[in-house]
Design a protein around this ligand. Structure first.
Ligand code: C5P
Length: 227
């Protein structure tokens, strides 16, 4: 019997593994919806900073998450993120929000408050989504699960280039140390830690271009569709 639910492809991995770029490309190529789950945690961190809610206050953060007036608005080939009427697309990409997202996302009540909101993105013809726990917790029945990795040094360099393009000055050393701290926090937290699902296909993207990773992903999608 056909699965009545729309198909989902999950792309999990640490920051800088290239998951955001290739997931968006894959969604566009397939004509499917796209969800950047990390952006939701980033918007929550941004809102917490704006409302002076402490990154350690689980109950207040969960309450904020529950009522977060967050919307993804499609624009040309991309999307913009709004918190209420404020366009926060670029504002949530700062190191402060990266760190905040990693802290607030460690709380069970926060993750619970955001679970259904993420699942609501599962719509026909299908969803490509990236994050940390998309294949393990949010969409455990996903049709294809990918786990991308890359060395911390390479991920720091990619992040540096990304920030540079956005006109943000940063030092590679500081980015590397922040990435390593974030990896440890994401991998060792008790709830929904960053790890590949048992049925995930792992790809190390160190030294690979976006095109090379896309080539591997499209081959996997083509192969699995045939079965
Ligand atoms: O992917 P991105 O770097 O934007 O995610 C920011 C932070 O949000 C991550 O460091 C992680 O702590 C958290 N996150 C999460 N679960 C997800 C996506 C992101 O805990 N599915």
């Amino acid at each position: 019997m056909l699965n009545p639910l729309p198909p989902v492809i999950t792309v999990d991995g640490p920051s800088g593994s290239g998951k955001g770029t290739v997931s968006q490309l894959l969604a566009r190529k397939l004509g499917w919806h796209y969800l950047d789950s990390g952006a939701i945690y980033r918007v929550l961190a941004f809102a917490a900073l704006a409302d002076a809610v402490g990154f350690q206050d689980e109950h207040a953060l969960a309450d904020l998450a529950e009522h977060l007036p967050l919307s993804f608005v499609a624009k040309e080939e991309c999307y913009r993120l709004f918190l209420g009427a404020e366009d926060v697309t670029e504002k949530i990409r700062t190191e402060e929000c990266s760190r905040g997202a990693s802290l607030v996302s460690a709380f069970g009540l926060v993750r619970q408050a955001l679970l259904e909101r993420q699942r609501a993105f599962r719509q026909f013809p299908g969803l490509v989504t990236d994050g940390r726990d998309m294949g393990t917790v949010v969409f455990p029945d996903a049709y294809i699960k990918i786990f991308l990795t890359a060395s911390a040094q390479e991920r720091a360099e990619r992040r540096y280039q990304q920030l540079h393009k956005m006109g943000i000055n940063a030092s590679i050393g500081a980015i590397l140390s922040e990435i390593e701290q974030r990896d440890v926090r994401d991998q060792t937290r008790l709830i929904a830690p960053l790890k590949p699902a048992a049925d995930a296909i792992c790809i190390d993207t160190s030294g690979l271009t976006v095109n090379q990773v896309m080539h591997q992903l499209l081959a996997i999608v083509a192969q699995i569709k045939v079965r």
